[in-house]
Design a protein around this ligand. Structure first.
Ligand code: ADA
Length: 565
């Protein structure tokens, strides 16, 4: 399943997860698990290129079907019985392919997958994380009837008396000429109906429904109160489609230099987390994701930054349930100027913005959207580019603040564009300057350069250590001891500074990087994790745990299971 919960009860869906076959251009074939990455096959550990995934699909009645992919890394061309039916670029957002008039018989489904770097790829480039190959997230087969609920977007507005009004926008799509349709939505004990009338094949309609004065428990840090939101579509009284989601009621506000969650100032105690694991690559199942979150909670964290791309919906579902705040950002890490100036980049990043927000907007755990990590924010061209991307995010979701993580310290010209100012800094690691001194210089400079009166986040800070390498004298960089000491100094300075609204440690776990980075990255890994790639804690784990535990924002964890309310 693509989500952690069942999205359809009336619509018939089937999982396409399981063993497929892949064929390489040289004729080799392998059984291949979906979701998964081919690098877990020893013979393909360093294979970069094309592979054709294939399986048969039995359709037991003449149907209109939809193929739904959570993610394919990084380019997919979809073929049904040999005919091209869809394509998608970017491993980190999902996509659908609708196929009409499918006969009741056995069919062939093929996906040509390509993870190579080329002129056709502006987001996946050789980088300080790895681009795996495969159908990296779950896939599903949906049977559609005459019309479907394409999406339901939820937004909650709090009333003076503490109740909430829920605004639901449903997009309906007719797959055939339909008779009179009726849409119903239910949430938190309330419900409403909207008459749609008849629709012609290909028609779309948008319905806005408000459920007023709902008495609900707020979603909060370490208390993920969720409510099922259920939409149904009826024709002549029969349910022909449905869509279930889970939503949370909370408020996120920027109030001067503070970030408020439910009117309380929140302090971010977070980690940067890549989707990567020593054994599973980027295709971590929910169990492995929970293990990561349990380690972060054990260290006292309340937040995760999805560096540097939209995350697996299952991971976001878990953050919803566990009450963990998420900074989600589109797919961009330190892209060079020549890429940023390509027309293809403008298209690929705009598609990613649209898909990220349309697919993830209902997750209460996401409190902020980010763009263009460490890109060209020191030039006029960069200012226009950041403005274009931030404006697109705001247009798609006016309810959340926006930001970007800057490394153009003392040169950035884009801080005026954001609601929250954020910096990636590495004093005592890359820069041999006492952390408190560097931080003081940064905070002073930024006040005169667009940050005045805005919250500040340190979106990256940390140091490297090769797991198992020890220096009894605590001097050698890359020793666990030195990493722990640097992180201790960094966290003391950052968490002790009232002007800073929080921190995301770089990073949670060691991750694989592109071969092109090998000379700058021992083990061809980014070794700044507080755990290694197999989640074995380094000494720094306990340093973080001690520092986070001293924060008054370190709440007693009340993990209340959803639906108890
Ligand atoms: C940057 C970048 C991260 C990582 C980090 C590092 O801040 O945003 O992706 O590369 O540096 O490890 O140096």
């Amino acid at each position: 399943m693509i989500r952690l919960f069942q999205e359809h009860y009336a619509r018939r869906t089937e999982s396409l997860d399981g063993l497929w076959t892949i064929a390489l251009p040289d004729g080799r074939t392998f059984p291949m698990i979906v979701p998964g990455v081919w690098e877990t096959v020893p013979e393909l550990a360093s294979y970069e290129g094309k592979a054709v995934y294939a399986r048969s699909v039995m359709i037991d009645r003449d149907s209109c079907i939809m193929l739904r992919f959570g993610g394919v890394s990084h380019t997919a061309a979809v073929f049904w019985d040999g005919k091209p039916v869809g394509s998608h670029y970017n491993a980190f957002t999902g996509f659908d392919v609708i196929i009409d008039q499918v006969s009741a018989s056995r069919h062939e489904l093929r996906i040509e997958v390509d993870n190579s770097f080329s002129e056709n790829s502006t987001l996946h480039i050789p980088n300080d994380y790895f681009t795996y190959g495969g159908i990296n997230r779950s896939a599903e087969l949906h049977y559609l009837k005459g019309a479907m609920i394409s999406s339901q977007t939820f937004y909650a507005a709090e009333n003076e008396d503490g109740t909430f009004d829920a605004h639901i926008r449903a997009d309906i799509r007719a797959l055939n000429d339909t008779g009179s349709l009726r849409y119903c939505v239910e949430l938190a004990g309330a419900g409403k109906t909207a008459e749609l009338g008849s629709m012609k094949k290909g028609d779309t309609k948008q319905i806005d429904i408000t459920l007023e004065k709902l008495k609900v428990l707020a979603w909060d840090v370490h208390s993920g109160q969720l409510y099922p939101l259920t939409g149904t579509l009826r024709k002549d009284g029969e349910i022909i489609d449905d869509l279930a989601d889970r939503v949370g009621f909370r408020t996120v506000e920027i109030n001067g230099e503070s970030i408020l969650l439910n009117h309380k100032r929140v302090k971010i105690l977070g980690f940067n987390r890549h989707e990567d694991h020593g054994q599973l690559g980027m295709s971590m199942d929910a169990g492995a994701m929970v293990c990561d979150l349990q380690l972060m909670l054990d260290m006292g964290a309340n937040a995760v930054r999805t560096c540097h791309y939209p995350n697996d919906p299952k991971f976001l579902d878990l953050c919803d349930e566990l009450g963990i705040l998420v900074w989600e950002e589109h797919h961009a890490r330190a892209l060079p100027g020549e890429i940023l100036r390509k027309e293809l980049f403008a298209k690929q990043i705009s598609d990613c913005n649209e898909e990220m927000i349309r697919q993830h907007v209902n997750h209460p755990c996401i409190y902020i959207w980010g763009v263009l990590n460490e890109c060209e924010s020191e030039t006029e061209f960069g200012h226009a580019l950041y403005k274009k991307n931030l404006d697109q995010l705001r247009a798609l979701d006016p309810t959340r603040p926006v930001s970007f993580a800057s490394c153009r310290i003392f040169n950035d010209v884009c801080l005026d564009l954001v609601d929250v100012v954020s910096f990636n800094i590495y004093p005592a690691w890359y820069i041999n300057e006492p952390v408190a001194d560097f931080l003081a210089r940064l905070l002073s400079w930024m006040e005169e350069n667009g940050a005045k009166g805005k919250p500040v986040l340190i979106t990256e800070i940390g140091a490297g250590a090769i797991a198992g390498y020890h220096d009894a004298f605590r001097r050698a960089k890359w020793s666990e001891e030195r990493q722990a000491d640097i992180l201790d100094e960094q966290l003391q300075a950052v968490l002790g500074n009232e002007r800073v609204s929080g921190v995301y440690i770089w990073q949670f776990a060691d991750v694989k990087v592109s071969e092109e980075w090998a000379m700058r990255r021992p083990r061809t890994m980014n070794n700044k994790g507080v755990v290694d790639e197999y989640r074995r804690p380094k000494l720094a784990y306990f340093t973080v745990k001690s520092r986070f535990a001293q924060e008054k924002y370190h709440q007693t964890r009340i993990i209340s299971h959803p639906y108890l309310t």
